[in-house]
Design a protein. Structure first.
Length: 275
């Protein structure tokens, strides 16, 4: 992946019964592959596979159950597509097995904190790792998120984790950062992060943003059904492209790919026949 050359769209595939917007949607391998086929055809650059819900107050999933969910999915996708796959997990054993099955990226919402062995997996396999900011854990992060300066504090926390990861042997070129929309943040915090997203690019790592269908959109627009938040998600995706995001993580790939193309055409210029 050349994250300097283009904005990459990451399609979310949750192999879970309880994710906030699509839990239970992937009930079997054929359904999962149909979803991935559609994402690839729609222009996805990365597929993100997760086997444990990280919604607020979500329970933990036993190791073997998570493995049973994600490893067959990764294996099946790799037989069908050459697209890069990220494994959304906080467990080193899951990340290792996923990479052995064909995954290319580790997406760790705990910023390599949850499992001390995770950084060793990243170093051993020399794969990109997504380090996300979260105040608290999924079980308590939304109880009372508090900041004096949300962007400055998240930047400082991410800078510390970048430096720590480098000291453990992770190459700076393999670090991607995620400010963690909705992970220990209020509606106001989320909006501030989006408005000031360009500040995160100054940390010197590609920035991933994961805002898709999240509750702050529903709060502002009075849309209770997460599945009806895709148009709003695409609008925010365009803003994120304008403000320097390198990877946009979404459920509806087609709308976001269109938003990205239009935004880049406006910002970078449009050549006839090369749009």
């Amino acid at each position: 992946m050349n994250l300097d050359d283009k904005v990459h769209v990451m399609g979310i595939v949750n192999i879970t019964p309880d994710s906030f917007s699509d839990g239970g949607k992937v009930s079997d391998e054929d359904t999962m592959l149909a979803i991935v086929d559609h994402m690839v055809a729609s222009g996805a650059d990365i597929i993100d596979i997760g086997g444990e819900s990280t919604r607020p107050f979500a329970p933990t999933v036993p190791l073997q159950e998570e493995l049973d969910r994600v490893i067959p999915a990764i294996t099946a996708i790799k037989k069908r597509h050459q697209i890069p796959i990220s494994i959304d997990t906080t467990k080193a054993a899951v990340a290792r097995r996923a990479i052995e099955a064909g995954a290319d990226i580790i997406n760790d919402i705990s910023a390599l904190r949850h499992d001390p062995a995770m950084v060793s997996v990243a170093v051993e396999h020399q794969v990109p790792v997504i380090i996300m900011h979260m105040q608290g854990t999924p079980r308590n992060m939304q109880l009372n998120p508090t900041y004096d300066d949300v962007v400055a504090e998240i930047c400082a926390a991410l800078a510390e984790r970048i430096q720590w990861a480098e000291r453990q042997g992770v190459s700076r070129a393999n670090i991607i950062i995620d400010p963690g929309i909705g992970f220990g943040k209020t509606v106001s915090h989320n909006l501030t992060i989006l408005r000031e997203l360009s500040r995160f690019t100054k940390l010197g790592c590609p920035v991933l943003i994961g805002h898709s269908r999240k509750s702050f959109i529903g709060t502002i627009l009075a849309i209770d059904d997460p599945g009806r938040r895709d148009e709003a998600t695409a609008v925010i995706s365009a803003l994120c492209v304008r403000n320097g995001a390198s990877i946009i993580r979404v459920h509806d790939v087609a709308r976001t790919v269109a938003a990205v193309k239009l935004t880049r055409a406006i910002c970078k210029g449009y050549a006839e026949g090369n749009g």
